[in-house]
Design a protein around this ligand. Structure first.
Ligand code: AHG
Ligand code: MN
Ligand code: MN
Length: 339
């Protein structure tokens, strides 16, 4: 069987670079390195179910190496590869409390924030998980290590952002500010091929994604909005259907393709998390950039633009409402008291 001649992600990145004569090729190089890390993680994720059978989830594997939990593996894979890429000056990861330095002599002009494995509690039940990334220009002068301030930038200044979803197939979805493009991994070749050019999120949908078990801990306008979605009104296409996977990447991806609104509002369940659960730098901001580049919107549960928030902390949490523009506008009517 002959294979179709698809556009690989590296070809797509190079074609894009040609449209920007001022580009040095550093962003292209950075993305390509990140994609190698993603393919490594994808291969490991696919082995997850076999790990026990092959006896590889104990302390050592056949080579005598220490076998790590998958999110630790994903974190180390990205960290080690990117530390010597030559394109970054600093990183931050969900798995590390402090800023992650790059190797001495390899300092570059970008920063990387990442969630190595999002939805990792779903690994053991064979449900889709993902990796989320966000790239900014450094603010400090080129040369030498980056600083925390280089990472604490609002999402609006992201240079690139996206995710890899390890689902029934592995997909890479990202934006560099010229729309959102999706690539599917052909594992037999080890290449991502352009499968979803110029993705647009449907403005209005019939799906919502939220952990409804938290209803009693939500603020009043959020509760009223959810009640509204469940009311019958054939003219406006209600009731909506619920779809909640519990991996933000998977919930977001479903909504991006099929339409929908995802919410993780603040709740009063845990006083240590007064702004909800999701983190701004490596969960909310990158997916907000993707959503807005696909024609959607991303706001907080009190109606502020996620991309406009200037972070104070690497692991800052933020309440998230993200989806099609019409769906999010409808939500805002409840917050603004118009409904
Ligand atoms: P992570 O696995 O990176 O810690 O993130 C899990 C997050 C996110 O993926 C998901 O949307 C959310 O947790 C689900 O939380 P609930 O179980 O509270 O619904
Ligand atoms: Mn996460
Ligand atoms: Mn994670």
């Amino acid at each position: 069987m002959s294979r179709p001649l698809g556009i690989t992600v590296s070809r797509h990145i190079m074609d894009n670079q040609r449209l920007h004569p001022e580009a040095t090729g550093d962003l292209s190089g950075l993305l390509n390195e990140l994609i190698v890390a993603a393919k490594t993680i994808s291969a490991e994720v696919n082995m997850a179910g076999l790990a026990d059978i092959l006896g590889m989830s104990g302390k050592t594997n056949i080579q005598g190496e220490h076998v790590q939990k998958l999110d630790e593996f994903a974190n180390n894979t990205i960290k080690r590869r990117m530390a010597r890429s030559g394109y970054l000056c600093a990183m931050t990861s969900e798995e590390e409390a402090d800023i992650i330095p790059v190797a001495e002599g390899y300092e570059g002009k970008y920063t990387l924030a990442f969630d190595p494995l999002d939805g990792s509690s779903n690994i053991d039940v064979n449900v889709s998980i993902g990796t989320i990334f966000s790239i900014h220009h450094r603010l400090s002068p080129d040369g030498g290590p980056g600083e925390e301030a280089d990472l604490l930038q609002p999402g609006a200044s992201q240079v690139a952002a996206g995710y890899i979803i390890y689902g029934s197939s592995t997909m890479l979805v990202f934006t560099t500010g010229d729309g959102v493009h999706g690539f599917t991994l052909d594992p037999s070749v080890g290449e991502f091929y352009l499968s979803h050019p110029d993705i647009r999120i449907p403005a209005k949908s019939k799906y919502y994604s939220v952990n409804e078990g938290n209803t009693n801990y939500w603020q009043e306008p959020v509760r009223r909005y959810l009640d509204y979605l469940k009311e019958e009104d054939k003219a406006t296409g209600r009731p909506y259907s619920a779809r909640y996977i519990g991996s933000m990447v998977a919930d977001f991806h479903r909504n991006l393709i099929a339409g929908g609104i995802f919410l993780y509002p603040r709740d009063s369940k845990d006083s240590t998390k007064p702004y909800g659960k999701l983190r701004l730098l490596y969960e909310a901001a990158p997916l907000a950039f993707v959503a807005e580049q696909a024609g959607g919107r991303a706001v907080t549960d009190d109606g502020r633009s996620i991309l406009a928030i200037k972070p104070d902390d690497l692991h800052q949490r933020v309440p998230v409402v993200i989806g099609g523009s019409g769906d999010v506008e409808n939500f805002l009517n409840f917050i603004n008291g118009d409904n």
